[in-house]
Ligand binder design. Structure first.
Ligand SMILES: [Zn+2]
Length: 520
């Protein structure tokens, strides 16, 4: 569900990273230099796996099957169920062990119907709109209203004055400077949608977190919170159409539109499942590294870049390791998560179902940022692991230079692992076109290059095998207190709190509790 904001100001806020202080300085002691593949005995295996991954790759074939034979796969729908069955069949064909599904309940199901828009005043023409996920319908036959704007950057004030929106079509705009970070605005935007619905607004025009579309006449659907649904119709409108409406409103022209939006909610929770398969460890099979991506997608196209590429990389990485005939010291568990797009439901369900063995987990490795090549290893908050991971990353330099940092990625299935004090490792990608394909009608196989996919799958296989096979255990979970402190330091507190996901109370807050001794 990775939030992509088109507004430049918001984007700057969202991308505000943090300074990775002290990762090197902390090693100013007598500890031996960390060992990479050249010194720790894993090199020969990695060379074999790299060969399998690059020369015998079927990742693009898997992506083609997923895109063309299954297509869109919204969590809890028959198509998504079919994708689960496909994932099971692929994992079995690759030769993974213990292949099975792990069921969980999604709070509510949703099916897209139709969405039509028409500009009535000051000129008449059709408008390009699509419904946001898990949002409601206009009355049958549609409804008309005058367009009024609401400023996302002043959204708390807008919530207070929501009564002015009665009978109106609300166009979300971005004016001035945001007072909150993009993720927090995203959370408050949900409050605004509730207030607008209560006030009797006809519909709200605004994308994920209120963001505007990226252009090229594309709409971008998506969820509007973690497990959040809204009775009011919420629409993504193309940037070109929205720009015109904004110009009309700004110049004082009266703008009227007609919208007809029909979607269906289920009355009860729906069932979904993660797809799981393993390569069992030869020495410590009880210790588990999860390698994952989300199998579910949105439904304006076939979900090739979100996250067909990640799913195909997981299968491609599993295949490269399986074909090498090598067995790592510890277990690699390949998981195709579902429910990611509704609020990381599959990965949160995984944490719950595997709670008893969390102490034996080493973290997870996820790829979910579109179609581009891997550009960064983000170790999900674990700054203590950067130093030991770096020699491995350097061993990949003849494939790609990939920097390492400890950043937390909260927009995909890495977050539940980071919240459990484990490295939720995000293989971030250089995907400049993702802003167009993200949750749009352009999210199709045409956007993906086979050679990039094969390389990403291979890098995933190498990362997984190195972590699982190196002699020293890569990571053990941090305490809740240390984890809470890290999440606060990485500016995750406000966002998690706003979405109701903060489970640490005042742990990690300034002046609260004690500092944990360093763990390694
Ligand atoms: Zn995704």
């Amino acid at each position: 569900m990775r939030r992509v904001f088109a507004g430049a100001a918001v984007a700057a806020v969202v991308r505000l990273g943090f300074c990775l202080g002290g990762a090197w300085a902390a090693r100013g002691d007598n500890r031996p230099a960390p060992k990479g593949p050249d010194e720790d005995g894993t090199k020969a295996a990695l060379v074999k796996i790299a060969g399998e991954g690059m020369m015998e790759s079927h990742a693009f074939q898997y992506l083609t099957e997923l895109s063309d034979d299954i297509g869109a796969r919204v969590t809890g729908t028959p198509a998504e169920r079919k994708a689960e069955e496909w994932g099971v069949a692929k994992m079995k064909a690759i030769g993974l062990e213990n292949v099975h599904t792990e069921k969980y309940q999604l709070w509510r199901g949703w099916t897209r119907g139709t969405a039509q828009g028409e500009l009535l005043e000051p000129i008449r023409r059709p408008l390009h709109v699509d419904a946001m996920g898990w949002t409601g319908s206009t009355p049958a036959g549609g409804a008309e209203g005058e367009v009024v704007t609401a400023n996302l950057f002043d959204i708390e004030e807008e919530v207070k004055h929501a009564s002015r929106l009665s009978g109106k079509v609300v166009l979300v705009v971005m004016q001035g400077e945001p007072k909150k970070s993009g993720d927090v605005l995203f959370a408050i935007f949900g409050d605004f949608l509730k207030a607008a619905g209560k006030a009797g607004a006809v519909a709200v025009i605004g994308g994920q977190g209120g963001a505007k579309a990226s252009g090229m006449n594309l709409t971008h659907t998506g969820i509007l919170g973690f497990d959040a649904d809204f009775a009011i119709p919420v629409l993504s409108m193309t940037a070109e159409d929205q720009g015109q409406l904004e110009r009309y409103v700004e110049s004082g022209k009266k703008v009227r539109v007609r919208l007809n939006v029909q979607n269906t909610f289920s009355n009860a929770p729906v069932e979904a499942a993660n797809v799981v398969g393993e390569i069992r460890g030869r020495e410590n099979p009880e210790q588990v590294l999860v390698v994952g991506a989300h199998l579910d997608s949105w439904d304006l196209s076939e979900g090739a870049t979100d996250n067909g590429t990640g799913s195909a990389s997981v299968l491609g990485s599993a295949e490269a390791i399986a074909r090498s005939g090598l067995r790592p010291r510890r277990t690699i568990r390949f998981v195709l998560f579902t429910g990611e797009e509704q609020g990381l439901d599959g990965s949160f369900a995984y944490m719950k179902q595997h709670q008893a063995e969390m102490g034996n987990h080493l973290g997870d490795v996820v790829l979910d940022n579109g179609q581009g090549p891997v550009k960064e290893f983000q170790l999900g908050g674990r700054d203590d692991l950067v130093v030991s991971f770096r020699p491995f990353a350097q061993s990949l330099s003849s494939i790609r230079e990939i920097p390492v940092n400890a950043r937390v990625e909260s927009g995909t299935d890495t977050l539940p692992f980071s919240m459990a004090g484990l490295p939720g490792i995000n293989m971030d990608q250089d995907s400049p076109d993702y802003k167009y394909t993200h949750h749009s009608a352009a999210d199709a196989l045409e956007a993906v290059k086979p050679e990039v996919l094969a390389q990403n799958a291979t890098l995933m296989a190498l990362t997984a095998y190195w972590i699982a096979d190196r002699p020293e255990r890569f990571a053990t979970p941090w305490s809740a207190e240390k984890t809470a402190k890290m999440l606060r330091a990485q500016q995750q507190y406000e966002m998690l709190k706003a979405f109701g996901l903060w489970k640490f109370g005042d742990l990690g807050a300034e002046g609260k509790g004690r500092n944990d001794p360093p763990q390694n």
